[in-house]
Design a protein around this ligand. Structure first.
Ligand SMILES: [Ca+2]
Ligand SMILES: [Ca+2]
Ligand SMILES: [Ca+2]
Length: 279
């Protein structure tokens, strides 16, 4: 058995000896480029290390950006608010809040357009549109006249209009109405219309206390004996407020258009339209 084993082992030894030779060759193969990927984890680790560094670096610019973003509005907001406060002007006569159109048309086609003709936003807080449509005109009639609070439209920007439309108008035209109303717009051609600042803020309009800003017709005088302003569209041509200081002649302030002319409702008058009236 021992000799047989030796005879079997002898070729194995030969193989081992030749194997030792080949192992020398194989050791040379380990230096071949094909085996170098075994060394590659180091570059991979380095690259991943760089990525981690990049990732570590990312939050810092983001944080810096956040700081800058947060800082900018904090600075800008107070400036914007202060600009608004500075630019807002009180609504006094001559400062630009006027009627730009008065329409007394067929049926309930009754419209009033109110316009900021100034270059600054107008504060409409405590500003009322008043329809002085009672049979006799005196200060008491103004106090109980139908009126609309315009404060919800504040501030009215320069060159913008507010269009008041009768809720029962019978036109198929689509008009850019800002507010619908009924009895507040029931004027029939002999009813003065007015814009007032409620100075004492009591919710009533007393011409002896509150400030008239502009009017169509004389608020504190006799009512016209007939419906002299009916079935006509009046478009403003003279932006000077009318405050009842002389007899109201509409053509001194408005261009008269045919009944049911609606083509300029909701559109501010142009500079050319406000350069003066023909009459
Ligand atoms: Ca009419
Ligand atoms: Ca008042
Ligand atoms: Ca208009």
């Amino acid at each position: 058995m021992k000799t047989a084993n030796l005879t079997i082992l002898s070729p194995l030894l030969l193989l081992l000896t030749t194997g030792c030779l080949t192992t020398l060759d194989l050791s040379g193969d380990y230096n071949s480029p094909a085996d170098t990927p075994d060394l590659s984890p180091d570059p991979e680790d380095i690259s991943s290390f760089d990525m981690q560094h990049d990732a570590d670096m990312l939050p810092q610019p983001v944080d810096m950006g956040d700081m800058r973003i947060n800082d900018m509005p904090d600075i800008a907001q107070p400036e914007d608010m202060s600009d608004m406060d500075i630019d807002m002007i009180p609504p006094d006569p001559g400062q630009g809040l006027i009627f730009s159109e008065v329409v007394e048309g067929s049926g309930f086609n009754k419209f009033v357009e109110i316009y900021n003709s100034s270059s600054s936003p107008i504060d409409l807080t405590h500003i009322w549109f008043v329809n002085v449509n009672l049979s006799s005109i005196d200060s008491d009639s103004v106090k109980i006249a139908p009126k609309l609070d315009l404060s919800g439209f504040s501030p009215l920007k320069p060159n913008e209009v507010i269009l008041l439309c009768h809720v029962s108008r019978d036109t198929t035209e689509i008009l850019p109405c800002d507010q619908e109303a009924s009895h507040e717009l029931n004027f029939n051609g002999d009813d003065p219309l007015a814009l007032f600042l409620d100075v004492n803020q009591d919710g009533t309009i007393n011409p002896d206390i509150d400030t008239l800003l502009d009017s169509f017709g004389q608020v504190n005088n006799t009512k016209p004996p007939m419906k002299v302003w009916e079935n006509t569209t009046y478009q403003r041509c003279n932006p000077t407020p009318y405050l009842g200081e002389f007899f109201f002649e509409p053509t001194q302030f408005y261009t008269e258009k045919a009944e049911d002319t609606f083509d300029n409702l909701g559109t501010p008058p142009t500079v050319a339209q406000l350069t003066g009236c023909d009459s």
